[in-house]
Every structure is written in C-alpha cells, then in structure tokens.
Write a protein that binds this ligand. Structure first.
Ligand code: MG
Length: 167
C-alpha cells in the first residue's frame, strides 16, 4: 500500500532569531519567528507524513501551547513522527519540498538540508528533494515578511500479510 500526503508551513521573519531550515542553521541577518526553532521545512514535512497516514497534523502532536516544545529542535519532532510511522509498519518512500523565500540565498545549503533530512527519515539522500525559489516579489513572502514551504511525502507499508497499523 502506498500513500501520499501534503504539508504546508509558513513563518515570519524576526530579528534576533536563528534561521534554521531542514535542520541546517543558515547564516542570515534575520531569523524565523516561532514557538519551536521555526524550521518551516521540517514542519511542512511532518504535516505531509502525518497526512499520508491520516494522522492529524503537527499542531495536534506537538501543541504550541505546550512548553515542552518551546524552542524545540524540529529534527526531534520529525524523528518522533518517523518512529511512530515505523512502529505502524510504514516507511518513507520519498519526500519533496519547495521553499519559497526571497532571502537568504538557500542554494548553497540544499545538499546539507537533504542529507540532514535523509538521516532522520532513514532513507537515502536520493529520496529527499528540496527546492528553493523566490515569489518574484509578490505577496507577503515576496515582500520579505517571511517564508513558506510546501511538501509532499509518500510512504509505503510492507508486502501483503503485514498490514499497516493505524497510526
Ligand atoms: Mg511551523
């Protein structure tokens, strides 16, 4: 059985915050505002993975009203979701994401983001795609108010006879 999910996330820029994307800290004169480390790429991926198995969304699993997740390293949240998927006999087939940001320049960091995510997802780097583009100056993202990320994830269950468990 193969299933696909979609995820989306956005975070505003904020002074005095780190800019972390795909688990990689990127040098930037402006960071991202959020309850956790504001890693919008990982958050979108988490929603895509949860969506693939109809298991709700990141806000239900890691509520931002819970102080546990204050400034949380989003890699740990993603690792938690991956272990829960694996416990339910699901494994990641591939993921793909598009980051939309006018700044900072992300191209030099794409490979590191893919490697970082592949390690957490327990897949080869060739199954992890991260793309970056600008919004051509249009709308809030184009006006440099923040960034947005779309992601899709495909997961599969083992061969017949080993039915996946509900998440
Ligand atoms: Mg988020």
């Amino acid at each position: 059985m193969i299933r696909t999910g979609i995820g989306y996330d956005s975070h505003r820029f904020a002074e005095g915050r780190r800019f972390v994307l795909g688990g990689v800290e990127i040098p930037s004169d402006v960071g991202l505002l959020g309850h956790s480390d504001a890693d919008a790429l990982i958050h979108a991926l988490i929603d895509a993975l949860l969506g693939a198995v109809a298991a709700g969304d990141i806000g239900q699993h890691f509520p931002d009203s819970d102080p546990t997740w204050k400034d949380a390293d989003s890699r740990k949240l993603l690792a938690t979701v991956v272990s829960e998927l694996e416990a339910g006999r699901w494994r990641v087939v591939n993921v793909d994401a598009t980051v939309v940001a006018e700044r900072p320049k992300l191209a030099p960091f794409i490979v590191r983001m893919r490697e970082s995510l592949a390690t957490i997802l327990h897949v080869e780097v060739s199954r992890v795609s991260v793309k970056a583009k600008t919004n051509e100056g249009m709308d809030a993202v184009g006006h440099r108010e923040g960034i947005a990320v779309w992601a899709v994830a495909t997961v599969e269950s083992p061969p017949e006879g080993n039915a996946p468990q509900d998440f």
